[in-house]
Design a protein around this ligand. Structure first.
Ligand SMILES: *Cc1c(COP(=O)(O)O)cnc(C)c1O
Length: 641
């Protein structure tokens, strides 16, 4: 009974139903389960996967990648649009593309391309480098390759080569200079790729990426530029090559109202251009479908107030309505949403240890006449504090503390006395918080104090490498323990990473109503690793992660699950080792080794070190080139137990 109650509590505490989209749940043993097909019929226990990783000596932190979640999410996206098209009897077609910048990892793109084939799913690129990589994949013959971003001659020439390779390439122009080059080049080579125009819409997105749109945006053509582009295309005799109107009002659009307004405006732009005799075929609605990271289903920045189906319904309905009123045939709809496709498929797993906060056992603090008077006064504050005087006594203790630390700074106090002071101050704060909680009043000072005293959990990972958005834009990701969810939690804590950067601390957690300053956690047992997972990290995090403090890409397991809920296939990809990280920073292995050798030789020549010892040091340090930069963890595992 207690067991199921605790599991229900876990669902509440971590808001699992809100953000999981059917992909994550909790087993009766209190472990996190993954449902790769988005329903409970098939599941795999994350504890089992961690065991499997341990057997293979794969260390945390690690990314668990589930290509089947990606596949399911891709099908959900396409079905949402197909359902709407059927419901509204939409006569146009659908061709979605994946924006490369959302996750360029080869393992990810390989899986995406494979799953995308049945949907004629294409790719969207924003740079030369992305186009170069994307062209190496053989997609469905009907799939689109949409080229956005600012382009130079080499970018454009590569797109022309792509056309000769048989790709359905569309060069979406950001400015008239690009267009002029395309026109010139097409004359030179005697053929032309399809062209798209990125419209600068008056309608803005919502949420953090509002700046991607509106008349001030750095992207797209204003109406004046659009007129000029149309004139240039017509004059060059390329009218039949203008195939697409594109817009993108920003990522993570939180309000459906913005989606609708943009849709109406863009459909008008499309229809008007069509009526001017251009044979447009595609209306590219950009990306921006939101992921409900906090599960609140609101217009909060980490959420979205609509479902995928509502989004598709509004898009299809509005395009249809505008095109009918303009007597323009309905276009093939192109969606470039990436976040919603990629976010769910990856889970970051790491182990955490609780870091004892300052303090110690008050019972062990004994004071006598030889101790400083301030210490004894402070002890009196502690013993005599009660529900009536706690505010005043707490303030007194702060004063004593400050005086004591000043004395220490001036050299009048021993380190033992300083340690005693820390213990007493800590206990006074505990006692004051206890009386404050009983009082029922809410004094800001004590609320702040309580917050500052939540436990600190040290997690073996780098926020900058693995969830950079939580540092740079305060993006929220769901976090929870992966085991012991059938046990009550007894602590609340914040999560610190192992970088030497005070920004490497997570103190905002998803909550249905608000943002939580700390997370409910268990007390880790000393002999068993305590694992936590960061969810919905499959979009942007791997692409934006950086090597702050020389923490590189983490280990990775790619997991396929069979229909009878067994691990069907696992593939491992090793994270970056110290040598690789240093090479990126221009070090060479030889250079580093010769640095060691020169110094050691000097010691040997000076008679301070034996040749044998020097050789031993060299052979040991060589091993560090292939070292995993994160903390080594004990591999003992008794988690399912
Ligand atoms: C980034 C980007 C996208 C993807 O946006 P999501 O929010 O990930 O769906 C699509 N199109 C363009 C032009 C982009 O720049």
């Amino acid at each position: 009974m207690a067991n199921t109650q605790n599991i229900q509590d876990a669902f509440q505490k971590y808001g699992i139903d809100g953000w999981s989209s059917g992909y994550f749940g909790v087993s009766s043993r209190g472990t996190v389960q993954v449902h790769p097909f988005g329903d409970e019929e098939v599941s795999i226990d994350l504890a089992k996967i961690i065991e499997l990783a341990a057997e293979r000596r794969i260390q945390t932190p690690m990314i668990l990648r589930f290509p089947q979640i990606l596949d399911t999410q891709l099908s959900r996206l396409h079905s949402a649009f197909r359902n709407s098209m059927e419901e509204f009897k939409y006569a146009g077609d659908l061709r979605c593309v994946f924006p490369y910048k959302v996750n360029q990892r080869k393992e990810f793109i390989d899986a995406l391309v494979k799953s995308g084939r049945k949907h004629a799913y294409g790719l969207e690129v924003g740079t030369k480098a992305e186009l170069f990589a994307a062209l190496s994949y053989e997609l469905h013959p009907d799939a689109l390759m949409v080229c956005n971003g600012f382009k130079d001659s080499h970018y454009i020439e590569l797109a022309f080569e792509a056309k000769r390779m048989g790709k359905n390439i569309v060069l979406v122009i950001e400015g008239t200079d690009e267009l002029k080059f395309i026109i010139e080049y097409s004359k030179q080579v005697g053929f032309c790729v399809d062209i798209g125009l990125r419209a600068k819409l008056y309608t803005k997105g919502s949420g953090l990426w509002e700046k991607s749109s509106g008349t001030e945006s750095k992207f797209g053509l204003s109406s004046v530029e659009m007129m000029e582009a149309l004139w240039l295309i017509e004059e060059a005799g390329l009218k039949d090559h203008l195939a697409m109107v594109h817009y993108h009002i920003g990522s993570q659009i939180t309000e459906i109202k913005r989606v609708k307004n943009a849709m109406k405006e863009a459909s008008r732009v499309y229809s008007k251009i069509y009526k001017n005799g251009f044979k447009l075929r595609y209306l590219n609605i950009g990306g921006g479908i939101g992921v409900d990271y906090d599960g609140s289903k609101t217009s909060f920045y980490a959420s979205a107030n609509y479902t995928l189906q509502e989004f598709a319904n509004d898009v299809v309905y509005l395009i249809q309505e505008v095109c009918q009123s303009e007597n323009c045939p309905p276009p093939t709809i192109v969606s470039e949403s990436g976040r919603a496709v990629a976010a769910y498929h990856a889970v970051l797993v790491t182990d955490v240890r609780e870091v004892e906060k300052m303090g110690g056992d008050i019972q062990e603090v004994t004071l006598d006449e030889t101790d400083h008077k301030l210490l004894r006064d402070m002890m009196n504050v502690y013993t005599q504090m009660n529900s009536k005087n706690y505010v005043e006594f707490y303030h007194d203790s702060i004063e004593y503390r400050d005086e004591l630390f000043t004395l220490f700074g001036l050299g009048y106090l021993s380190i033992e006395a300083r340690a005693k002071a820390e213990v007493i101050v800590n206990e006074i704060a505990n006692k004051a918080l206890h009386y404050h909680a009983l009082s029922g009043v809410q004094l800001e000072e004590f609320e702040e104090l309580a917050k500052s005293r939540t436990s600190k959990y040290l997690a073996n990972f780098s926020i900058f490498q693995s969830i950079p958005d939580s540092w740079s834009i305060e993006q929220l990701f769901p976090v929870m323990p992966l085991t012991r969810l059938n046990e009550r939690t007894s602590k609340t804590g914040v999560i610190m990473d192992i970088t030497c950067d005070s920004d490497g601390c997570l103190d905002k957690f998803v909550d249905k109503r608000d943002v939580k300053p700390s997370l409910e956690l268990h007390v880790p047992q000393s002999d068993t690793p305590y694992y936590i997972g960061f969810f919905l990290v499959g979009a942007y995090q791997e692409a934006l992660g950086n090597n702050h403090n020389l923490f590189g890409a983490v280990n990775e397991l790619i997991i396929q699950v069979s229909n009878d809920s067994q691990v069907e296939h696992v593939e491992e990809v090793k994270g970056e080792d110290v040598g690789e990280l240093l090479r990126v920073m221009n070090y060479t292995d030889e250079g580093i080794l010769s640095g060691y050798l020169q110094q050691l030789n000097k010691r040997v020549e000076g008679g301070k070190l034996s040749t044998a010892d020097a050789e031993q040091i060299v052979s040991k340090v060589k091993g560090y080139f292939s070292e995993y930069p994160y903390l080594l963890v004990k591999s003992r595992l008794e988690i399912i137990g």
